[in-house]
Design a protein around this ligand. Structure first.
Ligand SMILES: C[S@@+](CC[C@H](N)C(=O)[O-])C[C@H]1O[C@@H](n2cnc3c(N)ncnc32)[C@H](O)[C@@H]1O
Length: 470
């Protein structure tokens, strides 16, 4: 379907509830063609985000301290091509969701896209009583520090388990799930289990909300599209018989036990003709954002872990390692077949290991600002902030090893799962690195800027279970 901003034509993006603005800054820094507006009602968040934008020298992002209601009522905005909200919809009141829908209705251009993430059924249903234990504990002792209330909620769960509460026995996997919760960042657990607002949705309910803004369902998270890792043949056949996309998605949620959705809605879906769609596909330009050697050999779906076939992935990865290639260029290699390529790229993009690069035009213009030894620069910044590099579980100390680690693009050099554990960088360090992001984005790999989003990831405030920082 048609989407604004594919290629590098200028587009306007509005992010609702941008938090500390890290993603907004990174996206703006990496996409000079995007005019980015990010809002949040928390003045501390906005002040921090503005300071980061200043450090980063990102002229195409502006942060506004405003509530959803204020934005909905403000008539001064020119409509946007894209509106995004991540980690918001489940955690705000019905009144605020109504303001969000008004913003979508009045401030999204015809043909524009809206991205929304939320907690959903059926994946969350077994945990709803647990959340009640936490909120009840909070109501009983509202003055206790928040982490103490959390600890008390977990203790009560363990007591219920010990005295063999039937609910726990009748809910397979619950004990293991709560064991996992104990290992999560406490900030995240507090946000998920103690937040005043917490609405779990059936996906058609969100589709109905969006329909009030004249938006229709467009697409979901990339890896959810890969049937081979999520559905058996029988399940695929069952879903193929459902014509309506909203119903199909709901039944899919039931089949895969979905607990978190990342959906794209469209205002006025335009199906592309076959030739236009084919050209857009062939012109898509991609690049790996981690060294090929660091790519996972498996991918996880609802069916479990699947092995990525070397004979399919190796030729693709070899071409995308280090410099962007269009799909047309990839297909020039006789060992790469179109259908396999489509699925492999969806997997690589969905895993955040490959990114869509900006068009090549003007690429050489960046050469002047490229830092000759990006790896050294990153190393120095890390050192000055007393941060360490970790490779394969070991701290990298010696210059020789450092060079080994850093011999590739810096995107690979500081990838989230390899070198530095995401969320471990402190603010000043992130800011120093981001502040120099243009210099670090090698002209060879203009897309590395985009990859920076995946280098630093989001703040751990939105942790790994619900609205995951991916
Ligand atoms: C969980 S954080 C998500 C931040 C960011 N989108 C992310 O995914 O990392 C929710 C953010 O929404 C903001 N927020 C909540 N209610 C809001 C409202 N009514 N108007 C504007 N911002 C709001 C909060 O201040 C907070 O920064």
């Amino acid at each position: 379907m048609a989407a604004p901003g594919l290629g590098a034509e200028p587009i306007r993006v509005l992010e609702l509830g941008c938090g500390q603005g890290l993603s907004a800054n990174i996206i703006a820094a990496a996409n000079p063609h995007i005019d980015y507006t990010a809002i949040d009602f928390n003045p501390e968040h906005i002040a921090g985000a503005q300071a980061l934008a200043k450090d980063a020298g990102a002229p195409n992002v502006r942060f506004i301290e405003a509530s959803f209601e204020q934005i909905a009522e403000d008539t001064s905005f020119t409509p946007f091509d894209v509106i995004t909200l991540h980690g918001i919809y489940t955690w705000v009141s019905a009144e605020n969701r109504a303001h969000i829908i008004r913003v979508a209705r009045d401030k999204l251009k015809t043909g524009g896209l809206l991205y929304v993430s939320y907690n959903c059924y059926p994946g969350w249903s077994p945990v709803i009583p647990i959340r009640c234990i936490f909120t009840d504990t909070s109501e009983v002792s509202p003055k206790e520090p928040i982490f103490d209330r959390l600890a008390e909620g977990l203790r009560l769960f363990d007591r219920l388990k010990d005295i063999k509460a039937r609910y726990i026995g009748a809910t397979p996997g619950l004990v293991e799930r709560m064991e996992q919760v104990k290992k999560l960042q406490r900030n995240y657990v507090a946000h998920e289990y103690l937040n005043g607002e917490w609405t779990i949705f059936h996906s058609p309910e969100v589709a109905a909300d969006m329909a009030r803004a004249k938006l229709s369902y467009g697409s979901a998270h990339l890896l959810d599209h890969v049937d081979g890792i999520n559905l058996t043949a029988e399940q695929s056949q069952f879903l193929a018989e459902i014509k309506d996309s909203t119903r199909r998605e709901y039944f899919r949620d039931l089949i895969v036990n979905q607990q978190f959705r990342r959906d794209i809605f469209v205002k006025g879906t335009q199906r592309l003709g076959f030739l236009t769609a084919r050209d857009k596909w062939l012109d898509l330009r991609l690049v790996l954002s981690v060294p090929a050697a660091d790519l996972p050999k498996t991918v996880k779906g609802a069916l479990g872990e699947a092995k990525l076939q070397d004979e399919v992935y190796e030729p693709i990865v070899a071409k995308l390692d280090g410099q962007p290639k269009t799909v047309r260029e990839l297909l020039a290699n006789p060992s790469i077949a179109n259908l396999q390529l489509q699925q492999a790229l969806i997997v690589l993009l969905g895993q955040g290991k490959c990114h869509i690069a900006l068009p090549s035009s003007g690429e050489s213009g960046d050469a002047g600002c490229c830092r000759p030894d990006a790896a050294q620069f990153v190393w120095d910044v890390l050192k000055s902030h007393v941060q360490k590099l970790i490779k394969e579980g070991k701290t990298v100390e010696s210059a020789r090893n450092r060079r080994k680690v850093s011999s590739r693009t810096w995107g690979g050099f500081v990838n989230p799962e390899g070198a530095i554990k995401r969320g471990k960088l402190n603010d000043a360090c992130t800011s120093s690195l981001l502040g120099d992001r243009i210099s670090l984005a090698s002209p060879r790999v203009r897309a590395i800027g985009r990859a920076i989003g995946f280098v630093f990831g989001r703040r751990p405030e939105c942790g790994p279970e619900g609205h995951v920082s991916r």
